[in-house]
Design a protein around this ligand. Structure first.
Ligand code: ADP
Length: 393
């Protein structure tokens, strides 16, 4: 399979980054606004209680109870008389502060700004007591770690969603690419024998070839290519059935009896090459009988196709294990991983001349996957091939 093009992800990454940035910015604005409003409300409630009790001692009690609230006491001219977090003597006159100006006319005043003393964004509430003293309550509305904590949960969730989305997109892209490749391969695989059939048929139809032997030769070629075409179509249908249907009505399939049927079906082919098919052992697997038949058939057929005259194909059954071994030409190491891919052949012309479709091992792999098993190959060039299948692992 060719490499997947991830260029399309750039576009999605930019959109996602933009959405995340906008969400974080909006969340920040909403969060800071909300926090300031909450602080203002609680300071205002305390300020109201202070004005109603009209008792300066309450300020001291308040200062003790709420250490994170800064309390400043001012006279009617805005001079600082006391402050629980700063030295009052070093503090400027507050007469022109917005909260003081407002409290002078309306008894209460509020403002939110960066504090000159602490350097932090701060909410101020000023109350004018009935005795003419002013008390200013101030609390920092800095967000930093609270905001990060508050954002962490949705951001983590968002990241998770993005990761899932990217995974699904990549998977879809890969599936789409594999489908395109498969369609291109299928077209090619069908076109090749069909072109030959058409060519030979046209040649004999012209009537120019009068030699009976030659005509028979062309007709044999037409039959061979037709068989090849049919075999390819059958394998494509088998593969698509394996992929599109879920395993149902599983039953104990007697692998020994299936292997015996396969031996019978391949007897002629084996005899032609003087290859002996040996079957030993017993076994059962939980599956559907037809796919198991095709699995054993394809492996045995390969053993014959790629075996040499006078050789053997051994099918060994052991519980849920099926092993098919031959003493044929073997598979080069670099190809072993790829032979399960659809239409992958080590030697294209050799496979074609032996009637191979390039789908035999892909069918084996899909069957094994469908019934929860594993398949692996051990092969030595010139020394033979062993295919190990194990179900129920
Ligand atoms: P094909 O129809 O071409 O045999 P398969 O999917 O069955 O397709 O096998 C893929 C390729 O793996 C074959 O073309 C062949 O090159 C190689 N192969 C499979 N089985 C054997 C084997 N027993 N011995 C040697 N080569 C094999």
């Amino acid at each position: 399979m060719s490499k997947t093009d991830f260029g399309f992800l750039k576009k999605y990454a930019l959109i996602v980054a933009g959405v995340v940035f906008a969400l974080v910015s909006l969340s920040f604005i909403w969060f800071s606004h909300n926090k300031q409003r909450l602080i203002y409300n609680s300071l205002y409630t305390v300020a109201k209680a202070l004005r109603e009790s009209d008792n300066i001692n309450d300020y001291r009690k308040f200062a003790e109870d709420f250490r994170d609230v800064r309390v400043t006491v001012l006279d009617g001219h805005g001079n600082v008389l006391a402050d629980n977090q700063a030295r009052s003597v070093s503090m400027d006159n507050h007469a022109n502060r917005p909260e003081f100006v407002k409290a002078q006319s309306e008894n209460y005043g509020g403002d939110t700004r960066k504090s000159e003393t602490t350097g932090k964004q701060t909410v101020y509430v000023m109350v004018k007591l009935k005795n003419g003293t002013y008390i200013r309550l101030a609390q920092s509305a800095g967000l930093s770690y609270e905001f990060i904590l508050w954002l962490f949960a949705p951001i983590a969730f968002l990241c998770f969603c993005i990761a899932v989305l990217i995974f699904v997109l990549i998977k879809n892209k890969q599936v789409e690419r594999m489908r395109q490749e498969f369609v291109a391969n299928v077209s090619h695989e069908l076109k090749t024998p069909l072109t030959s059939i058409k060519g030979f048929a046209e040649l004999t139809a012209t009537g120019l070839v009068t030699n009976v032997e030659s005509v028979r030769g062309y007709q044999e070629k037409i039959v061979f290519q037709s068989d090849r075409l049919l075999a390819t179509i059958n394998d494509i249908l088998l593969l698509s059935k394996l992929e599109s249907t879920k395993p149902k009505a599983l039953k104990e399939v007697d692998t020994r009896s299936v292997a015996d049927q396969v031996k019978e079906a391949l007897k002629l082919l084996a005899d032609e090459k003087d290859i002996i098919i040996q079957i030993s052992g017993e076994g059962t697997v939980m599956a559907e009988p037809e796919p198991i038949y095709h699995l054993i058939y394809n492996l045995t057929d390969n053993g014959i196709k790629y075996g040499h005259g006078g050789g053997f194909v051994k099918v060994t059954l052991n519980g849920q294990k099926i092993t098919v071994a031959d003493d044929g030409m073997g598979i080069p190491e670099k190809d072993v991983e790829r032979v399960f891919e659809r239409f992958y052949r080590v030697d294209k012309s050799r496979s074609a001349e032996r009637g191979g479709t390039g789908l035999g091992l892909a069918i084996v792999k899909h069957t094994v996957q469908k019934y929860g098993g594993t398949v692996s190959i051990k092969s030595v060039v010139g020394g033979g091939t062993e295919v190990f299948v194990e179900f129920g692992r």
